[in-house]
Design a protein around this ligand. Structure first.
Ligand SMILES: Cc1ncc(COP(=O)(O)O)c(C=O)c1O
Length: 340
């Protein structure tokens, strides 16, 4: 089966398993796991932050950031379709007791004028807005990159308005490697979390980054919500291996682009597909006219040993990752060509 439902479905390679077996470990609650310590330092240095904290998931990184940056009853500006708001099991209202305020955006890139207008509408009878959360790459639009220059502009604005800026960078390496810039996020953002278990291809774990104080507080929050860890060098080593080999992600982008190009050629022959989008990273979105047709299409793929899935109703996504070989890619293209 070729599994292109998500970039979370990858399996550890032999090399990664070897690294895991040879990990040095210690008790991380005493800060004595050398592999975790190295990983946290390595990640913080790469993105220009003071400190890092290894957490079990992207969700945990996002939610600890909210706990740090907000007080109950306050508001966080984000996009209406963001992960932190929609796909975290209501954790923000459960843990931080905040609410979200939507602003207009273009593929995850927030409209500064709209933020200004939302803030100027703030009043004594409206909640205080304390934080802005962006997502790079932006999942709901198909993995779009928010240009780093725009993040800098947003940061100028948040700093001058006393707002915290958090980046849900579950797939931030896709953006950084594709833009090919020195992404000094630490200089511009208050916190960032990225996932090792998505395109980077490790089995588990995310990194939360911020100032020294932010990470000290985050360590407490992690413990409070049951995320304390012990000899987790065995997973931190896999995460470190994945991060050291991050440039492999570019091959996924290339593959997605090739498949997209082929789909564009055959698009007119497949009536039920209304449009196909590719935003320059590892995902392709196929927008169908009806749910019946998108269901039928998924079944057709499954009958041909290809597992794809929905991003949302009528929108099927193909996600490319390290376990998709060039032969797999050819098979996907051939299968699509045979659809009628
Ligand atoms: C954009 C984004 N943020 C956060 C997460 C949460 O990551 P995790 O599944 O590790 O909790 C995901 C997961 O798919 C995601 O796509």
């Amino acid at each position: 089966m070729i599994d292109i439902r998500s970039d979370t479905v990858t399996k550890p390679s032999k090399e990664m398993l070897e690294v895991i077996v040879n990990s040095e470990v210690g008790d991380d609650e005493y800060k004595e796991d050398p592999t975790v310590n190295e990983l946290e330092e390595f990640a913080a240095d790469l993105l220009g932050f003071e400190s890092g904290l290894f957490v079990s998931s992207g969700l945990m990184g996002n939610q600890i950031s909210l706990l740090n940056h907000t007080n109950p009853g306050e508001e966080v500006i984000t996009t209406e379709d963001s992960h932190i708001k929609n796909y975290e099991h209501g954790a923000a209202s459960f843990l931080s007791r905040i609410q979200f305020r939507n602003v207009s955006h273009n593929d995850g890139d927030l409209d500064l004028d709209d933020i200004v207008s939302q803030i100027s509408k703030s009043s004594y009878y409206k909640p205080k807005i304390s934080m802005v959360a962006i997502e790079n790459t932006h999942l709901a639009s198909g993995g779009t990159i928010i240009p780093f220059e725009n993040i800098k502009k947003l940061s100028e604005f948040t700093k001058s308005n006393n707002l915290k800026l958090h980046v849900d960078g579950a797939r931030v390496w896709h953006a950084i490697l594709e833009e090919n810039t020195k992404a000094n996020y630490g200089k511009y953002c208050d916190s960032l979390t990225f996932c090792f278990s998505k395109g980077l291809g490790a089995p588990i774990g995310s990194m939360l980054l911020g100032s020294k104080d932010f990470i000290t507080n985050s360590r407490e929050y992690r413990k409070k919500i049951g995320g304390g860890m012990r000899q987790v060098g065995i997973i931190a080593s896999a995460a470190k291996y994945a991060l050291e080999n991050r440039s492999n992600i570019i091959a996924d982008h290339k593959m997605a682009k090739e498949v997209f190009t082929e789909i564009k050629i055959m698009e007119n022959k497949i009536d039920c597909i209304e449009s196909v989008t590719y935003k320059g990273t590892n995902m392709i979105l196929l927008n169908f006219d009806t749910l019946r047709n998108s269901d039928k299409f998924l079944k057709f793929l499954a009958n041909n040993e290809i597992k794809a899935g929905y991003l949302r109703e009528k929108v099927i996504r193909f996600v490319f990752h390290k376990d998709i070989t060039s032969d797999n890619k050819e098979k996907v293209i051939k299968t699509l060509q045979s659809f009628s």
